[in-house]
Write a protein that binds this ligand. Structure first.
Ligand SMILES: [Zn+2]
Length: 470
């Protein structure tokens, strides 16, 4: 159960306090060693509680705790992160930062969403069902593209002078690791566990479902204990400057609680604070090498981004339930405005709409400097890269199972995929909002053998194919 009450709160607080104390101890003893490294440690850990209106407050992000575990597992990891950070700073010093500012290349990231649930009936969608619907997943991809493209007319748009379009797009993978067509969504019934924790279940989730992290961004959606999401920072691999092999490629990705994945549709999440899909925006920011704006540590720490102001520690979510402006006192004698609209904060989803130009430059450098990210970009052979004119393909055809429909179009568009019988009666319709070229699965369950028409319709174009069901 997510909501912690009564004596379990006390127990939980005591447990978290212990964790917090351990971290303080660790930081104190290791501070000199950690100075200048990619990673800082948080010293305050928030816990589940409610505000006066009963709204559920939860730990926004477990990335700092999670990173600590990864470093315990792999003693070389800190050195790898430090090396990556050094490379980024070197690249910035060499002027790559400036070149990035005029580099208009759009990076496209193939995503696989692994839904891991303990719902024996395997029903998809509905209230409190970890096995969330395709529609819910698609709404998350849409939010990512709005936010990372600073898209006009959406929640992801801003007019901030320091805001920037990250020029990074996300799409559900159309080809699986074996080269077969896929919807980019995998579903896994796992009876042994109904929820997973930040401390050690990432390996288990990876054993249940994993696609190579140098070709896909893996996102595991399940019920998560304590935190609503966590992510592994990128690292430098063994091929660079003789560093040892990274041991954590199998847990490279984001793990996000099902209640906060995608836009609230009235069927999944009861949260009003985290209902706009910004948990994934934030977590993937970590996947691309960004820190919280307070730099972790005790706050006022370095996030290695020049245009984000120093910020007091804002990791206590109980303070962050509205978009009320706050100020930090990191600079002696002066208050500075917190960037409450930055995605790398803990403020509620509705407050957020900003990546700064510095954050964008850092994410884009990580995509080219961190080997697994760079390999991923190279691996995007983009079977569906987009076309000037709408084209579709349906296969297998003839078919005995649900066929795939390849939809290739220009840029991002809203389109429907419809199925008609030979008399023109509409049997199926699915709408994809503001979506790039993709491959989708079309359900033909329960239909008689015969000839059908598959139609794809955008705002200005239409394409049809005949489909034979056997
Ligand atoms: Zn975070």
């Amino acid at each position: 159960m997510w909501f912690v009450t009564g004596s379990s709160v006390t127990l939980f607080r005591r447990m978290m306090k212990q964790v917090s104390n351990n971290l303080i101890q660790y930081k104190r003893t290791g501070w000199r060693w950690l100075a200048g490294s990619f990673l800082c440690l948080v010293t305050s850990v928030a816990w589940a509680q409610t505000n006066t209106t009963g709204e559920e407050l939860i730990n926004r992000c477990g990335v700092v705790e999670h990173e600590r575990i990864l470093q315990q597992r792999n003693p070389d990891r800190l050195r790898q992160l430090t090396e990556l950070n050094r490379l980024i700073q070197q690249a910035e010093a060499n002027g790559k930062f400036l070149r990035q500012a005029v580099d208009e290349t759009v990076y496209r990231i193939p995503v696989v969403v692994h839904v891991v649930h303990s719902n024996a009936s395997n029903t998809i969608g509905g209230i409190n069902n970890v096995n969330i619907s395709d529609e819910q997943i698609l709404s998350q991809i849409q939010v990512l593209n709005e936010d990372y493209r600073r898209k006009q007319g959406t929640n992801g748009y801003n007019t901030s002078a320091i805001g920037a379009d990250a020029r990074i797009e996300f799409f559900l993978a159309t080809t699986d690791p074996a080269g077969n067509p896929t919807t980019g969504i995998t579903r896994h019934y796992y009876a042994q566990k109904s929820s997973f924790n930040v401390f050690n279940d990432d390996v288990l989730l990876s054993q249940i479902a994993y696609w190579p992290s140098n070709r896909y961004l893996n996102i595991w959606v399940t019920k998560v204990d304590t935190y609503i999401g966590y992510t592994q920072f990128p690292a430098v691999a063994d091929t660079l400057r003789g560093l040892p092999a990274s041991s954590n490629e199998f847990t490279d990705g984001s793990i996000i609680d099902y209640r906060y994945f995608g836009k609230k549709t009235g069927t999944v999440s009861s949260s009003s604070l985290y209902a706009l899909g910004r948990t994934a925006t934030h977590e993937i920011g970590h996947w691309l090498g960004l820190f919280h704006t307070w730099g972790d540590g005790n706050g006022c720490a370095e996030d290695y981004v020049a245009d984000t102001p120093l910020t007091d520690d804002r990791s206590d979510v109980s303070q962050l339930i509205t978009c009320k402006q706050t100020y930090s006192t990191c600079v002696a004698g002066r208050q500075t405005r917190d960037l409450i609209e930055d995605y790398m904060n803990y403020w509620p989803d509705a407050c957020m709409n900003l990546f700064t130009a510095g954050q964008v430059a850092r994410m884009r450098l990580v995509l080219t400097l961190s080997p697994r990210r760079a390999q991923l970009l190279k691996s995007v052979s983009s079977p569906l890269t987009g076309t000037e004119v709408l084209t579709i393909n349906v296969y297998p055809n003839p078919t005995t199972t649900n066929p795939y429909v390849d939809v290739q179009l220009k840029g991002f568009q809203t389109f429907s995929v419809d199925l008609f019988d030979a008399t023109g009666r509409q049997l199926r319709t699915n709408t994809y909002t503001d979506y790039p070229s993709t491959s989708v699965s079309l359900s033909v369950a329960g239909l008689a053998t015969g000839v059908y028409i598959v139609r794809v319709k955008t705002g200005r174009e239409l394409a049809s194919k005949r489909l034979l069901i056997q």
